[in-house]
Design a protein around this ligand. Structure first.
Ligand code: HXC
Length: 513
């Protein structure tokens, strides 16, 4: 008993007091402090505390630390089981050894067997250099498990320190990445190698800091001001997710009346179609208690993705954002939304889509970067999804973007439109130029041309800049008063709760990656 207590005490010290102090000085918590903050008090059951590495090369035969640089086990968050690993930077810089990888694989295997989410906290110098290929094999074993777990259990990665080289690929294979400002970075090749190979001088922060991955690459889904906030974000995120793909999305207690009318929505759409508004105002107004957990908030801001509850039902939201690039779909927005839709579908989370999209963003930059393939990803994701899909067209739904944004034709289950909806092949100005090109060329004066355009635009608007044409064909199930939107969405979600739909049997699709 005495020995057990002493050994445990020893293990809890990781790489020792000095290194713990150094970790704190950097503004970072230790691996154990992070686990303690993440899990419900007293719920952590640790595995493999007494594991040590087996290497004798490079003088390591004399240097052993219990746990070997990673803390693993399970516990609960808000009473729900999760598995966790947390790399300990105080032991060989949290580097991945053969035994350390085996510990991680053990909790991954068990998480899969019992169907519980996996949370990995990364803070590591990468492959343990002294172990060579055994360390690389360890990484590959983790990757394989990440792949098998994808779409079966939610996988969340926190990056709370360095994450470099091939090590980045485990987080990249998981569903959500959370970073902390200033103390975390991710890159495949660090500044030194970049300088040698390309001559570019760049800092760690500018190459792979939280801000870069939140705004430019889209690698991270959430950024905390510090680790504490990052951990809170993980807990919040989990509250919207089921334990695994066989469970329904969670249903939480709701004290916000489901039939609450939102009068301000009746006037939220500006008179002029070219004036923007913030679609997040709509989301906050209709969600339970105005709460919205936004995913990839700073990336591709022309589309908004995230989680809300409607009368307690966990729901994914996808919404075009007129406030940014007029809400056009572009490469980044298409990929961002496609990934989100696929996540929701994999984990039985219904999707509500709020549409106000003037089309795909035109231009050579978009075309050269593959808007054809990327737009197809979003189209594919919606068309393949079998969860309940509810669509509300708030204003513009033009061209291919109408089809893409969870239209009836992509198995949208319930498609509503506000009276302000405009559903057409394109906007009036473009349409008039195509349809009346010859008449416009024949105009004898600018005044005559302007009068002609105005007349034809009015005609076009009367015909298409409304939801009635689409409603006549049954492509829109109902035109609803904006203030009823919350109530109508909740009723739709309740109606669709027992929805069953499937895709043809196949090995897998050939999604245009
Ligand atoms: C063994 C390592 C290590 C590693 C750090 N340490 N990285 N030990 N293998 N990969 C040890 C250090 O020797 C040191 O030991 C302690 O961890 C802390 O490291 P410091 O350098 O003192 O810390 P810091 O100044 O904060 O710098 C952190 C760092 C740096 C930027 C991560 O340590 C570093 O550049 N490490 C190497 C990173 C790297 O190139 N890894 C391989 C990437 S390729 P002491 O005893 O002094 O405390 C890769 C391939 C994966 O990972 C492929 C998967 C497919």
């Amino acid at each position: 008993m005495k020995r057990l207590l002493a050994e445990r005490e020893h293990a809890r010290l990781g790489g020792g007091e000095k290194r713990i102090t150094a970790q704190h000085k950097k503004g970072k918590m230790t691996a154990r402090e992070r686990v303690d903050l993440l899990l419900d008090e007293g719920s952590f059951e640790e595995y493999d505390m007494f594991v040590t590495h087996r290497t004798t090369d490079f003088g390591l035969g004399d240097e052993h630390y219990l746990s070997d640089g990673v803390i693993t086990g399970h516990g609960t968050i808000a009473g729900r089981l999760v598995y966790v690993f947390s790399q300990d930077f105080t032991v060989f810089g949290g580097s991945l050894s053969e035994t350390n990888a085996k510990k991680i694989c053990k909790v991954m295997d068990q998480a899969m067997k019992v169907g519980a989410p996996l949370i990995g906290i990364n803070d590591s110098g990468g492959a343990r250099i002294q172990e060579g290929v055994r360390s690389l094999a360890g990484y590959a074993s983790i990757f394989q498990r990440n792949i098998m777990a994808s779409g079966v259990i939610p996988q969340i990665s926190a990056i709370f320190g360095p994450c470099a080289g091939g090590a980045v690929y485990s987080p990249a294979l998981t569903d959500f990445v959370v970073m902390a400002e200033k103390t975390s970075y991710m890159f495949v090749t660090g500044p030194k190698v970049v300088k040698t190979v390309t001559g570019e001088t760049i800092s760690e922060e500018d190459l792979g800091g939280a801000s870069v991955h939140a705004t430019k690459s889209g690698v991270t889904h959430f950024v905390g001001a510090d680790e504490q906030e990052g951990i809170l974000l993980i807990k919040k995120l989990l509250s919207y997710l089921p334990q695994n793909n066989l469970e329904e999305a969670p249903l939480s207690f709701c004290d916000d009346p489901p039939d609450r009318l939102v009068d301000e929505l009746n006037t939220i759409i500006p008179e002029k179609p070219s004036i923007p508004y913030d679609v997040k105002d709509v989301i906050h107004a209709i969600a339970d208690n105005g709460e919205f957990l936004e995913v990839q908030r700073q990336y591709a801001r022309n589309i908004v993705t995230g989680f809300v509850t409607f009368n307690g039902i966990s729901t994914g939201i996808v919404a075009n954002q007129p406030n940014y690039l007029a809400g056009c779909l572009d490469n980044d927005a298409s990929r961002k939304a496609a990934r989100f839709v696929r996540f929701c579908d994999a984990f039985n989370i219904p999707i509500v889509t709020l549409v106000d999209v003037p089309g795909f963003l035109p231009g050579s930059a978009q075309e050269f970067n593959g808007i054809i393939t990327n737009g197809a990803k979003l189209l594919f994701a919606y068309g393949e999804a079998t969860v309940p899909k509810i669509t509300v067209i708030l204003r513009k739904a033009y061209g291919g973007a109408y089809c893409v944004m969870s239209s009836r034709h992509l198995r949208g289950d319930i498609n509503y439109a506000w009276p302000s909806a405009e559903i057409a092949v394109m906007g009036p100005t473009g349409a008039i130029e195509v349809l009346y090109n010859r008449d416009l060329k024949a105009s004898t004066s600018d005044e005559q041309r302007a009068a002609f355009v105005a007349e034809k635009e009015t005609e076009y608007r009367d015909k298409f800049a409304n939801p009635y044409e689409a409603a006549r064909y049954g492509y829109i199930d109902d035109i609803i008063e904006p203030r009823n939107t919350r109530f109508r969405i909740i009723r739709a979600l309740q109606t669709l709760a027992t929805k069953k739909d499937s895709n043809p049997l196949k090995k897998h699709s050939t999604l245009p990656l």
